[in-house]
Design a protein around this ligand. Structure first.
Ligand code: SF4
Length: 64
C-alpha cells in the first residue's frame, strides 16, 4: 500500500502533514512529502483519513 500525492492538484494547504505527521512531512515551502515508500496495515486508517481530508483530492491510496 502506498500514498501518492498528485502535485498538479496539491494546494500546499498543509492539512495532510499537520494532521498525519506519521505519514507526510512538508518542505519549508509547504510541499508535502510522503515519508514511507510502503505502508503497513497498521497505518491504513490514517492513510484513508489523509485521502479524505485533502481539500483538492490530491492524495490517493494504491494497493501496489
Ligand atoms: S492536504 Fe492535499 S492540498 Fe493540502 S498539502 Fe496535503 S496534498 Fe496538498
Amino acid at each position: 500500500m502506498r500514498l501518492v500525492i498528485d502535485y498538479r492538484k496539491c494546494l500546499k494547504s498543509g492539512q495532510c502533514s499537520y494532521l498525519h505527521a506519521e505519514l507526510i512531512t512538508a518542505d519549508p515551502d509547504g510541499t508535502p512529502r510522503v515519508i514511507a515508500e510502503r505502508l503497513g496495515e497498521d497505518l491504513r486508517a490514517a492513510a484513508e483519513d489523509a485521502v479524505d481530508l485533502c481539500p483538492s483530492g490530491a492524495i490517493s491510496l494504491t494497493e501496489e
